[in-house]
Design a binder for this molecule. Structure first.
Ligand code: FES
Ligand SMILES: [Fe+2]
Length: 357
């Protein structure tokens, strides 16, 4: 069970130090946010089983094409619904044929027509939205609140931007994936031989500034040359944004923009999403999309592989044995924010436990 739910269930906080509780809550992934689950294209005619935020989830589309995300566990005896099939507006369990709708209601018990469990809401169901080619779900806190609005990064809804979604799985805690992006100075070293990062200086000083949604960490001396800044944003979801100036040979459009999300699978695995975007229209858009598919996508995956290999090689507790320096101000700022979120969430559940006691 998620630590935050254990605390909500009354686990005494005194059994661990406050800092360790906060760390566990952060490492498991914060409840109370929207997360991308998978790319829209992965959810077709058959149910899809995924693990996210420590939970087994089944994704499926009903006859209207609407996506549903539900607990992958039949309320009858616990078979995995993802092993079943879709029948118009219901998902049908393979074991005894019970059908459940997108709200989680038992609509049919074919083995016993008129069975009294028909009509019962029996399946945990997540609020979902399909945005920019991916399925996002809301994971409530133990308070079970209604989902707050999610304002995705503006590029997702502004038609001036053309995007591709890139999705991959990494064997690392999601926080390391976010910290990796919030650290532009790994660019000229780890990716120093990649097609966009061979240019520019290999040393600099970092600075940090506030943005409407979070903060930006930038190189102080080098601007608009390579991977020179990153933003971290919080708008109902947690995301990163960066620009990479592109050589003309890589097609029309301004800088190549990247927007990233890291969704916890569990404490040691994360589903990584990078949207690759350019602001282009008309024939220039067609050309860029062609170039991306033909040539650039493979190169970008190669760069991501460099990140993956380093992050997967790091110990789970690497964070506890570091010597940070000036360039790590983005990571320090991010950790402060994560600590604050964890603290707020723990406080909220302990207040509730106290009121209910
Ligand atoms: S376990 Fe699903 S119908 Fe029995
Ligand atoms: Fe990287």
């Amino acid at each position: 069970m998620h630590t935050i739910f254990e605390i909500a269930a009354g686990t005494p906080l005194a059994t661990l130090s406050r800092a360790l509780w906060e760390d566990r809550v952060a490492n498991e992934g914060f409840r109370g946010y929207w997360y991308p689950l998978t790319s829209s294209r992965n959810v077709g005619a058959a149910p899809l089983a995924i693990d996210r935020m420590g939970e087994r989830i089944v994704l499926w589309r009903d006859a209207s094409g609407a996506v549903h995300a539900q607990e992958d566990r039949c309320p009858h005896r616990g078979a995995r619904l993802s092993q079943g099939r879709i029948d118009a507006d219901a998902i049908v369990c393979p074991y005894h044929g019970i059908a459940l709708d997108g709200d989680g209601r038992i609509v049919r018990v074919p083995a016993l027509p008129g069975c009294p469990i028909e009509g019962r809401l029996a399946l945990r169901t997540y609020a979902v939205q399909e945005i920019a080619g991916a399925i996002f779900a809301y994971f409530p806190t133990p308070a079970g609140e209604a989902p707050p609005p999610f304002s995705p990064p503006v590029e997702f809804t502004d038609p001036a931007w053309s995007h591709f979604v890139c999705e991959t799985s990494w064997n690392t805690n999601y926080r390391y994936a976010i910290e990796n992006v919030i650290d532009p100075m790994h660019g000229p070293y780890l990716h120093g031989d990649s097609h966009t990062m061979t240019v520019g200086a290999k040393d600099d000083v970092m600075e940090i500034s506030d943005t409407p949604d979070g903060f930006r960490v930038s190189r102080k001396l080098q601007k608009d040359v390579a991977f020179d800044w990153t933003e971290f944003g919080e708008t109902g979801g947690l995301w990163m944004r960066l620009d990479i100036p592109y050589p003309v040979k890589n097609g029309p459009g301004g800088p190549f923009r990247v927007i990233g999300f890291a969704t916890p699978i569990d404490e040691r695995h994360a589903q990584i999403f990078f949207w690759r975007l350019r602001k282009v229209s008309g024939w220039e858009r067609d050309l860029w999309r062609f170039l991306y598919r033909e040539r650039l996508e493979a190169r970008h995956y190669a760069v991501l592989e460099q990140d993956r290999i380093v992050l997967e090689g790091m110990a789970d507790d690497a964070r506890d044995h570091e010597i940070l320096y000036q360039h790590d101000i983005g990571i320090t700022r991010l950790r402060r924010r994560f600590k604050a979120i964890a603290r707020e969430q723990i406080q909220a559940v302990t207040n509730r436990v106290a009121v209910e006691a």
